[in-house]
Design a protein around this ligand. Structure first.
Ligand code: ANZ
Ligand code: ZN
Length: 857
C-alpha cells in the first residue's frame, strides 16, 4: 500500500478533473437541476479563511447534489470593480485592471488548490466589458421603465473614498468600506427607484421559507413599513392666531404613527434640512443659531439620527404652529434627531410618549404633558378626571412608549392609546373630518443612490446635451468603455480625462458631454448570478429560457454582512427583470445559508493588524487541501461562529490517513499494513461484523440527513464512527479469512465503497484516488450515485441506557432497542439492586434510548 500523500494526489487529480471537464454544467438535460452558489469574491488576491470556509460549504452542497443525481450549476467569478484596485493602481503607478486580473489569477489558483468544483467556463468578471455592457443595458431598461431618476438631494459623502454612498452603505454613521465618518452633501445624483418595489420586497419575504429568520427580519426593518397618518399643523403668530384661510405655505404636515398622542404634543420639530426652514427664520434673531445648528447637523449621518442614541441638539425657530386637535399653539424647533427624508421631515413631539422627544424636552426644558398612562398608574385617577388642559409637569424618569389609557385628552380620555389603537383611530377620523389629517403608509426604505465619482466602475450610459437635456446612450453604442489611458496617480478622473467626456448628442448630433459617474459596484453583484446561466451571450444579458431553467438559485451561501445590501438589491433586480419579461420567478435565492465567522483560538476576529490570521494556503502546504476542507467543516455548523484550534488539523490529517489504510485493508490491498493482529474470541468477531453491517446503514442515513441540514460537522463525526466500527472489524478478521468467505467479501466491498462515497463531497481528492486505485474503478467518485441505506437495518438492535437513582447515574445497561418497557425496568432495577435494597421505589421514569430514573427513598 502506498502511503497517503495529498501533495502528490491533489494536483494530479485537479488536472484530471479539468481535462475531463468534470464540473461543466449541461444546458439542456432532463435531469432535475440544482444551482449552488457562493457569493462571488472581491479580487483581493489572497484566499482568507472566510473564502475557504464559505466555498468549502458550497462545494460540499454542490458535490452532494451531483451524487444525488442532479444537474449541478456551480459557478464562480469576481466582483471586480471597486476602490482597492484604484488605490493599488495609484500606489504602483499602474492600471486597476492589471492589479485586478493578477489577483483574479492568484485567487483562482488558490480555489483550484482547494479542489472546488467550479465550472470555470462560466466565469464572470464584473470589470470585463462583455459583462458590464449588460449592466449598462439593464440601466437603460430601468430608465425606460421610469426606475431611474436623477435628482438633487442631501447625500452621504465619504471624504476618504471621495465618493457618495447609498444609505445601505453607511453603517453606524461610517463608510462600509473604509470606516470613515460619512458627511452630508447636496449633490445631483442617479438613483434606482427601489422604493417602487418596497411593498413587494416586504411581502415576498414570506415566500422565503429557506432564509434565516434574522435576515428576513433585518430586511423587513430596513424596508420599515409604518402605518400612520399625516397631520396638518398651521403656522400662527406668537399669540396663537392662525390665518382663517391658510395657504400651502402656512401648513406644516407631520407623519405620525401615534395620532392618539396629539394632546401631548408640547413642541414641534423640523429636520435641519427641512425645505422651508430658512424662510421661517429669515431676518430674525433666531436665524443665526438655527443656521449654525443646520451646519453642525451635516456631520451627523441619517443612520445615527434614526438610531437616536447620540446627543441631541436643537434650536428654537421663534415660530409657532397650532395643534389641530385643541387649537393650542406649540413652539417650532429644529433638531438633529429628525431626518429630512422620512415622513415629511417634520414631527409633532410628544415627550411623554416618545423617548427621543423626552430626552430633547429634558435637555431644553420643554413641557412634558402626561396624556397616556398604564391603567394601574397612581396618577391615573387624577389625570383621567381632568379632561382640560392641565399641564402637570411630570417627574417621569423616561417616556412611556407602550400601550395605555389616554388621559388629559378631551373627549378621547379613557380610550386605549398606542399604535393602531382605538384612540388613534378616533383621532385620525376626527382629523380627517376636519380636513386636517389623512391616513398614510410610510416606508423607511430610500431610493438606491447608484452613482459614484470613481473611475473603476461601470460607466453610467447617459449623455448631457445642452439642447436635449440628459439622454440615454443608444443601445447599439454599448458598452460605454472605460478609457484605458488614465493616470490615476496624477489625480486624473473620468471627468478630467481628455477624451472620455466629449461626445455628440445621439438625439440632435450637437456637441455634448458624457456622464462621468460610474455605477455602484452593488449593481454588478445584483445580477451576476443570472449571467452565469448564459455567460457568453453577446446579444443579451442572458437568454431567458436558460435563466428560467437554472434559476432561482437553490442554495446561496455567503456572509451575514450582506443581509441587507446585496441581498435586497438582488431581490429588487430580480423583480424588475421579471417585470421586463426576462424572468419568470419572483425571488432569486430560494435557500440562503449565512456563514458565521471563523475566529482565532481566543475568539478574536482574524485580522492582519492583530497578526492572528491563519492562512489556508500554509495549511494546504502542510496537510493538503482535503484535510483543510474536512477540518474547516468539522469546526462546527456553518452559521455559527467557530474557533480555529491549531491542534485539530493534525488530528483530521491522521483520520484521513486512517481511512486511507482502512479502505485499502478492506479490499485486501493493505499488505503488511493490515490492521489484523490476532483473532479475538469468535463471538467478539461476529459482533464486530454485525455492528459494521448495521453502522453502514445508520451512518449513510445520518450523513445524508446532516448534509441536507448543513450539519457538516456531525456528518464527518458520523463517518468517524463508521471508521471506528471498520477498525474493530478489521482487527477481528485476517485478510485471508475475509478473502475466503463470500459474506465477508460482500461486506468489505460495500463498506469500502460507502466510505469512499461518503467522503467524496468533503475530501474529493482522497475519495477519487481511493475510487480509482483502491477500489479499482474507472472515472471519479464525483457524480457516482450516493450510497443507499435501509432504515430498518439502520436501527440499532441494542442501546445503552443510563440507570439513575434520583437523577444520579449509578449504572449503564445494554438492552434490546425494541425491548418492552417492563423488561427494561426489570433490568434497570437489577443493575442497581444493591443501591435500592431496603428502599421504597416511589417512581420509575423510562426515556427510551437514554435512561431509566428510579426514585427510591
Ligand atoms: C408622534 C409620536 C408620539 C410618535 C409618540 C411616536 C411616539 P416609525 O414607527 O418608525 O414609522 N417621526 C416621523 N417622521 C420623522 C422624521 N423625519 N425623523 C424622525 N422621527 C420621525 O416612526 C414614526 C414616528 O417617528 C412618528 O410618530 C414620529 O413620531 C417620528 F408617543 O409622532 B411620532
Ligand atoms: Zn442634443
Amino acid at each position: 500500500m502506498k502511503a497517503y500523500n495529498p501533495h502528490e494526489i491533489e494536483p494530479r487529480l485537479q488536472l484530471a478533473w479539468e481535462e475531463a471537464g468534470l464540473f461543466r454544467s449541461p444546458d439542456d438535460s432532463p435531469a432535475p437541476k440544482k444551482y449552488v452558489l457562493e457569493m462571488f469574491p472581491y479580487p483581493s488576491g489572497d484566499m482568507h479563511m472566510g473564502h475557504a470556509s464559505n466555498y468549502t460549504y458550497g462545494d460540499v452542497v454542490a458535490r452532494y447534489a451531483k451524487m444525488q443525481g442532479f444537474d449541478v450549476l456551480h459557478p464562480m467569478g469576481w466582483d471586480a470593480f471597486g476602490l482597492p484596485a484604484e488605490n493599488a493602481a495609484v500606489k504602483h503607478h499602474s492600471h486597476p485592471a492589471i492589479w485586478t486580473y493578477e489577483n483574479i489569477e492568484t485567487q483562482k489558483k488558490s480555489f483550484s488548490r482547494m479542489g472546488f468544483s467550479y465550472d470555470w467556463d462560466r466565469k464572470v468578471v464584473a470589470c470585463d466589458p462583455e459583462y458590464y455592457r449588460w449592466g449598462q443595458w439593464i440601466f437603460l431598461k430601468f430608465w425606460e421603465r421610469g426606475l431611474v431618476e436623477r435628482r438633487n438631494s442631501p447625500v452621504n459623502w465619504c471624504p476618504s473614498c471621495a465618493t457618495v454612498l447609498a444609505n445601505e452603505q453607511v453603517i453606524e454613521g461610517k463608510c462600509w468600506r473604509c470606516d470613515s465618518e460619512v458627511e452630508k452633501r447636496d449633490l445631483t445624483q442617479w438613483y434606482y427607484k427601489i422604493t417602487d418595489y418596497a411593498q413587494e420586497l416586504l411581502d415576498d419575504l414570506d415566500q422565503l421559507t429557506g432564509w434565516p429568520e434574522r435576515v428576513k427580519q433585518q430586511q423587513a426593518n430596513w424596508i420599515g413599513r409604518s402605518e400612520g397618518a399625516n397631520v396638518d399643523f398651521i403656522l400662527c403668530d406668537a399669540e396663537g392666531n392662525a390665518p382663517d384661510a391658510p395657504t400651502a405655505e402656512d401648513i406644516i404636515t407631520v407623519f405620525t404613527t401615534r395620532a392618539d398622542t396629539l394632546f401631548g404634543c408640547s413642541f414641534f420639530v423640523l429636520a435641519p434640512e427641512y425645505a422651508g426652514l430658512a424662510d421661517l427664520v429669515a431676518g430674525t434673531e433666531y436665524e443665526q443659531p438655527v443656521m449654525e445648528l443646520v451646519e453642525a447637523a451635516k456631520k451627523v449621518s441619517a443612520v445615527e439620527r434614526a438610531q437616536g442614541d447620540h446627543e441631541k441638539h436643537g434650536a428654537f425657530t421663534g415660530r409657532y404652529v397650532v395643534n389641530p386637535i385643541n387649537n393650542e399653539k406649540v413652539p417650532v424647533w429644529v433638531a438633529d434627531y429628525i431626518v429630512a427624508d422620512y415622513g415629511t421631515g417634520a414631527v409633532m413631539a410628544v415627550p411623554c410618549g416618545d423617548t427621543r422627544d423626552f430626552e430633547f424636552a429634558r435637555k431644553y426644558d420643554l413641557p412634558i404633558i402626561p396624556i397616556i398612562l398604564p391603567e394601574d398608574d397612581p396618577l391615573y385617577p387624577q389625570l383621567a378626571g381632568e379632561q382640560g388642559r392641565v399641564v402637570t409637569e411630570v417627574d417621569w424618569p423616561e417616556a412611556y412608549a407602550a400601550e395605555g389609557i389616554l388621559v388629559q385628552s378631551g373627549e378621547y380620555t379613557g380610550m386605549k392609546g398606542g399604535k393602531h389603537s382605538e384612540g388613534e383611530a378616533a383621532i385620525v377620523a376626527a382629523l380627517e373630518e376636519m380636513g386636517r389629517g389623512k391616513r398614510t403608509v410610510e416606508f423607511r426604505l430610500r431610493d438606491w443612490l447608484i452613482s459614484r465619482q470613481r473611475y473603476w466602475g461601470n460607466p453610467i450610459p447617459a449623455i448631457h446635451c445642452p439642447a436635449c437635456g440628459v439622454v440615454p446612450v443608444p443601445e447599439e453604442d454599448l458598452p460605454v468603455r472605460l478609457p484605458e489611458d488614465i493616470d490615476l496617480a496624477a489625480g486624473e478622473t473620468l471627468a478630467t480625462h481628455a477624451g472620455f467626456a466629449e461626445c455628440t448628442c445621439p438625439v440632435c448630433g450637437g456637441l455634448a458631454r458624457r456622464e462621468t459617474d460610474t455605477m455602484d459596484t452593488f449593481t454588478c453583484s445584483s445580477w451576476y448570478y443570472m449571467r452565469y446561466t448564459d455567460p457568453h451571450n453577446i446579444h443579451a444579458p442572458f437568454d431567458s429560457a436558460k435563466a428560467n431553467a437554472w434559476m432561482p438559485v437553490d442554495q446561496y451561501i455567503g456572509g451575514i454582512e450582506h443581509a441587507i445590501l446585496h441581498l435586497l438589491y438582488s431581490r429588487f433586480f430580480t423583480k424588475v427583470l421579471r417585470d421586463l419579461g426576462l424572468l419568470d420567478f419572483d425571488e432569486p435565492f430560494t435557500n440562503l445559508l449565512c456563514q458565521g465567522m471563523v475566529l482565532d483560538a481566543h475568539g478574536d476576529v482574524m485580522s492582519k493588524s492583530k497578526g492572528n490570521v491563519v492562512s489556508p494556503e500554509e495549511m494546504i502546504a502542510e496537510y493538503g487541501a482535503d484535510a483543510v476542507r474536512a477540518y474547516i467543516l468539522f469546526l462546527g455548523p456553518p452559521e455559527k461562529e467557530k474557533l480555529w484550534n491549531e491542534d485539530g488539523l493534525p488530528g483530521m490529517y491522521k483520520f484521513l490517513n486512517r481511512l486511507w489504510r482502512q479502505v485499502h485493508d478492506l479490499v485486501g490491498k493493505a499488505g503488511d499494513e493490515t490492521l489484523f493482529q490476532e483473532a479475538p474470541a469468535p463471538e467478539v468477531a461476529v459482533k464486530a461484523a454485525q455492528k459494521l453491517a448495521r453502522e453502514r446503514h445508520r451512518v449513510v442515513q445520518k450523513v445524508s440527513a446532516d448534509i441536507e441540514r448543513h450539519n457538516f460537522n456531525t456528518a464527518i463525526a458520523a463517518i468517524m464512527e463508521l471508521s471506528n466500527a471498520t477498525g474493530e472489524y478489521l482487527r477481528a478478521f485476517s485478510p485471508e479469512a475475509r478473502a475466503a468467505c463470500e459474506d465477508h467479501i460482500a461486506l468489505d466491498g460495500e463498506v469500502a465503497e460507502t466510505l469512499v462515497k461518503l467522503m467524496a463531497p468533503f475530501t474529493p481528492h482522497l475519495a477519487d484516488e481511493l475510487w480509482q486505485k483502491a477500489l479499482g474503478n474507472e472515472g471519479f467518485a464525483y457524480g457516482q450515485p450516493w450510497p443507499e441505506f435501509d432504515p430498518e437495518q439502520a436501527k440499532a438492535d441494542e442501546v445503552e441506557l443510563a440507570v439513575q437513582i434520583c437523577g444520579k447515574v449509578k449504572a449503564r445497561i445494554m438492552v434490546a432497542a425494541d425491548a418492552p418497557e417492563a423488561d427494561v425496568l426489570v433490568a434497570a432495577r437489577e443493575a442497581v439492586a444493591a443501591a435500592i435494597e431496603g428502599k421504597a421505589v416511589k417512581k420509575e421514569v423510562y426515556v427510551p434510548g437514554r435512561l431509566v430514573n428510579i426514585v427510591a427513598v
